[in-house]
Design a protein around this ligand. Structure first.
Ligand code: 5GP
Length: 210
């Protein structure tokens, strides 16, 4: 049964290249914050640790989890499936842990629409400009430039989902962005005053999509 001492659900989403994963990893270091480990059908990257970064599963296994209704949310992102299983999340929240979700806008929509009895705070992370995003996405060779161009097109579509989030935060400087998110989480949990200017965010998004 949900109670006052339950943890809070915190979702961070962003278009590719905005630096969200680094932010989530910083927030996980806080006392009482735990990350939700997703299942994915994507192959592990060389630096990734199975069962820590993701539970890497086959498509058959993923489909079995869908059939057994084990997912709180799941989505296809690029060419792979990603999903959050319900039981570990509810257990953590009931123990008073705050749970961080590094998931895309489709997953955020699904969790929001579930109207669970736990407090939910959603953040959408944006880059400071299209130019900086392109620089972050491209490396030296031409192949990376082509991938970066593809990701820029995806960015133009993904950015439109900013409107459904509680807070949009611009990641120009990692430490400042981290402090901003942390202060907003604290203010939400303690019902304190929030340092947030929706008009500034709206005009920033308009610049990014113009
Ligand atoms: P990557 O493959 O780069 O680790 O992640 C690709 C995208 O999938 C990121 O935007 C990430 O936030 C999202 N993602 C990771 N896990 C989940 C999940 O469990 N559910 C959903 N809906 N998206 C996820």
């Amino acid at each position: 049964m949900p109670s006052e001492n339950d943890g809070v659900m915190i979702i961070l989403s962003s278009p590719s290249g905005a630096g969200k994963t680094t932010l989530v990893n910083l927030l996980t270091k806080l006392d009482n914050f735990e990350i939700s480990i997703s299942h994915t059908t994507r192959k592990p990257r060389p630096n990734e640790i199975p069962d820590k970064d993701y539970y890497f599963v086959t498509e058959d296994n993923f489909k079995r989890l869908i059939k057994n209704e084990e997912f709180l949310e799941y989505a296809k992102v690029f060419d792979n499936f990603y999903g959050t299983t319900r039981t570990p999340i509810i257990d953590k929240l009931n123990k008073g842990k705050n749970v961080l979700f590094d998931i895309d806008w489709q997953g955020a929509d699904q969790i929001r629409n579930k109207n669970l009895d736990y407090k939910l705070i959603t953040f959408f992370i944006l880059p400071p400009s299209r130019k900086v995003l392109f620089e972050r996405l491209s490396n030296r060779d031409m192949k990376d430039k082509l991938i970066a161009e593809e990701r820029m097109k995806q960015f133009s579509r993904d950015v439109l989902h900013w409107i459904n989030y509680d807070y949009v935060v611009i990641n120009e400087n990692l430490n400042e962005c981290y402090s901003k998110i942390l202060n907003l989480i604290k203010a939400e949990i303690n019902n304190g005053s929030k340092d947030y200017d929706p008009n500034y965010i709206r005009s920033h998004v308009e610049k990014l999509i113009s």
